[in-house]
Design a protein around this ligand. Sequence first.
Ligand SMILES: [Zn+2]
Length: 111
Amino acid sequence: MKDENMPDFIDEGSPEETHAFIQWKGTDVCMDFHCECGAHNHFDGYFAYTVKCQHCGAVWEMPHYLKPRKADQRTYEYWRENPQKLEPDEDHCDAEGSALPVPNGVRETGG
Ligand SMILES: [Zn+2]
């Protein structure tokens, strides 16, 4: 649940392009963070809405908008042999576990 006082999420994306909108909750993250002051910080934790530089004290908001990269010939075989993928949420599947239809039909991706 969103905290009433939490600032609006930064969503710089367009619904027309492949993207992922993420919330930094309950996800075990390991992050190397390089601050503009030159410091290299390392964080491990379950919530990463913001990080605070341990050197200069600046607080940085983490982006919620990611542009995934489609697996290509170079990487596809690796991920096929080493599957580390998220499973879809049950609210986004039908009773058999298959993906729900795309609201406006599947777009041609050219790939
Ligand atoms: Zn810093």
